[in-house]
Ligand binder design. Structure first.
Ligand code: FAD
Length: 400
């Protein structure tokens, strides 16, 4: 048939918003839309730090895709993309091939380890439902092991690499979880060590310095030891070697290293021949890959610059806004109408620091403590409402 085919790769923030908007805006038989995702659920990535630390159930961080999209309007294919072939306008899946007229790439990022030896092999990442289940079980297991081998303090030493939003939010939850685990396993809380190692000169780089200080104070009181301006030099089965400037290197023996120090684009994109910077494609104002009018890239795989020429950090917020404009531009292309330019509207940022504590900037104002924690809940609930309406808010929303 002559109906244009739109294929969306990835049901993350960018992909789901694109699909939802297309489903609303396209007329009957105006286009065939296919959404491909590795799992039959969408994960609420911004919640993953909680189930990773064990302070929430992983079920609350995922939503079945069939509950989000109208399968009369959008074909959902549960499969893994193995290759993108822009020259042939085809996508190779592990179990088949799809051809497209328009492609949307929203496959999300991958951990960037900057070539630090052993990090890829020995550290865990907060990335997906599967990866956070592993982290949660692993942490509990270390407590159980310690009871059998009480000389092994490395079982009770936890290292988080990176003090960006993910690292800070995770460590806040972990610090909340530790006292619970200590009670459960009869472990003296003074035996437990939590380190945050950050190579840059500050935690939460680029964030308001007063809020950064507040965040570090809250977390230090909860038992976190910060090592800022300190690089992880290597990682092994025994822990990490870290070094601050020219000081002698130091070994932290630990059985649990969580790496949240960097994100890069999905490797499939550079393998497809697109020009990338750390795996991300510098897209045009309309969200298309340069020289490829039919390929849109949204979310963590796209690279866009603000007026000062600095790249926007990859966030759920920008991915969602891109999804909306991407759907608009796909519909406009099909109808031969002019495309819209993407303009990021920053609604603010809030980082949680565990129960009842957070820091954030919203509506041009600074917030900390309970008010910021409450703001974080509002943002989370707003997202559930956008993708799944009130039913999803009531099923997955956390009000307390
Ligand atoms: P993703 O949401 O990463 O989704 C990609 C999808 O593609 C996934 O469903 C994946 O399964 C699928 N996929 C990947 N590879 C394949 C393949 N080969 N085949 C098929 N499917 C595939 N951002 C904020 O704005 N605010 C926050 O508070 C915030 N907190 C965060 C907390 C944590 C713990 C983390 C990890 C991230 C946080 N972020 C936050 C960042 C935000 O989650 C990401 O920027 C956002 O998820 C990017 O969306 P995306 O659409 O690019 O892809």
């Amino acid at each position: 048939s002559n109906i244009p085919k739109i294929v969306i790769l990835g049901a993350g923030y960018g992909g789901v918003l694109t699909a939802l908007r297309l489903q609303k805006q396209l007329n009957y038989n105006e286009a065939d839309v296919t959404l491909v995702n590795k799992h039959d659920y969408h994960y609420i990535t911004t919640h993953l730090h909680m189930p990773a630390a064990g302070t929430d159930n992983p079920e609350n961080a995922r939503v079945s895709i069939s509950k989000l999209i109208d399968e009369f309007k959008i074909d959902f294919v549960k499969s893994t993309v193995v290759q993108i072939r822009p020259q042939d306008k085809k996508v190779i899946l592990e179990d088949g091939t799809l051809s497209y007229d328009y492609l949307v790439i929203g496959l999300g990022g991958e951990p960037e380890t900057f070539g630090i030896p052993g990090l890829l092999e020995n550290a865990m990442n907060i990335r997906s439902i599967n990866s956070v289940r592993l982290i949660r079980e692993h942490i509990e297991y270390q407590f159980a092991r310690f009871k059998r081998e009480p000389h092994r303090t490395d079982y009770l030493t936890f290292v988080v690499g990176g003090a960006g939003f993910t690292g800070i939010e995770f460590i806040g939850e972990l610090a909340d979880r530790i006292p619970e685990l200590c009670r459960e396993f009869d472990v003296d809380p003074n035996m437990v060590k939590i380190y945050n190692v950050e190579a840059g000169p500050s935690a939460l780089p680029g964030f308001d310095p007063e809020l950064v200080e507040y965040a570090m104070n809250v977390l230090t009181k909860k038992g976190v030891t910060f090592k800022i301006g300190t690089a992880i030099k290597s990682c092994s089965q025994d822990g990490v070697v870290v070094q601050k400037g020219e000081e002698p290197a130091e070994e932290i023996r630990s059985q649990t290293v969580i790496w949240s120090g960097g994100v890069r684009g999905n490797r499939l994109i550079e393998e497809a021949g697109f020009e990338t910077m750390r795996g991300r494609v510098k897209i045009d104002d309309n969200l298309r890959a340069p020289g490829s009018d039919h390929v849109y890239i949204v979310g963590d795989n796209s690279l866009m610059f603000n007026e000062d020429g600095r790249p926007y950090p990859p966030t759920a917020q920008i991915a969602m806004q891109q999804g909306v404009v991407c759907a608009h531009n796909l519909v406009a292309s099909i109808r031969n109408q002019p495309l819209k330019k993407f303009v990021f509207s920053n609604k603010g940022t809030v980082a949680s620091l565990g129960k009842g504590e957070a820091v954030g900037i919203a509506f041009g104002k600074k917030y900390k403590g309970r008010v910021a924690a409450w703001l974080k809940k509002v943002i989370d609930i707003r997202y559930l409402f956008i993708i799944g309406g009130l039913p999803l808010v009531f099923r997955k929303g956390k009000f307390l």
